[in-house]
Ligand binder design. Structure first.
Ligand code: FPP
Length: 242
């Protein structure tokens, strides 16, 4: 982690994860349809990605669509994927400009072919970028990620590539969707909620949690800076004595 130039209290975590919550509430408060909240939320996604990249965050994970979100009305699901496709198409120049590498965390099975195609093309186009890694968690669940890792381990055991006694934390970690990403130092959740909601269950073991009271569509650089200042005040002990 590093202190951002000109603001010694603002400590930039190596890895940040965000639960973008409150789109629906923001829309309701504004007398709009829920889906307008998601549309407005794209602005906060843009700001957060560029600001994190500029401040030197190495990895940013955004919870864009959970496994549980498949239970939402089909109209809302369709709009969310429309927004995702628009974001991928429109933001590629910005991702390139800020040297952001895109990856996907989550299951591919239920994603539509056109979504997968655009996602894969953007991932390929940004693969050589050496700046921040942006992981979009789409069709993602923390429990499902652990299930998928356990399935991979079981397959390795079955074909004789691994002994059950050799299974340790590193073996599970190596089979997560993106084992190369550092565990989040800071988990930000908006809209005042204090829940993990099946996000990065393995990886957040020692993450500091910052709850922002604003709804996601209102989240701006000043709120990100406030989260980083809050993070700068934390004493991280990792179970040890300081
Ligand atoms: C939670 O708000 C937000 C989501 C389920 C989706 C987040 C998606 C976006 C911000 C737009 C698309 C993302 C990208 C990366 C392009 P909610 O609907 O649960 O809000 P509520 O709890 O107030 O109803």
């Amino acid at each position: 982690m590093s202190a951002a130039a000109g603001d010694p209290g603002l400590v930039v975590p190596r890895s940040v994860a965000v639960i973008m919550d409150g789109n629906g509430r923001w829309a309701k408060q504004a007398g709009l349809e829920r889906i307008r909240g998601h549309e407005k939320g794209i602005e906060a996604v843009r700001t957060t990605v560029t600001e994190c990249a500029q401040l030197g965050v190495q990895a940013l994970v955004l919870y864009a669509f959970s496994e549980e979100n498949w239970q939402r009305p089909q109209r809302e699901i369709d709009l969310l994927f429309k927004l995702l496709k628009r974001f991928l198409a429109e933001e590629l120049p910005t991702l390139m400009q800020h040297r952001v590498r895109l990856v996907h965390s989550g299951r591919r099975e239920r994603l539509a072919p056109d979504v997968l195609d655009l996602l894969d093309r953007t991932i390929a186009a940004t693969a050589g970028n050496a700046g921040m890694t942006l992981s979009l968690a789409i069709s993602y669940g923390g429990r499902q990620e652990i299930v998928d890792a356990v399935r991979a381990l079981a397959a390795d055991v079955q074909r004789g590539a691994m002994a059950p006694a050799a299974i340790d934390e590193a073996a599970i970690h190596a089979r997560l969707y993106h084992p190369e990403l550092p565990d989040p130092d800071l988990l930000i959740r908006t809209a005042g909620e204090r829940r993990i909601s099946n996000f990065l269950l393995w990886q957040v073991s020692y993450a500091e949690i910052h709850v922002a009271e604003v709804c996601w569509p209102e989240f701006r650089a000043e709120h990100l800076h406030a989260a980083f200042r809050d993070y700068g005040r934390r004493v991280r002990k990792f179970g040890k004595v300081t």
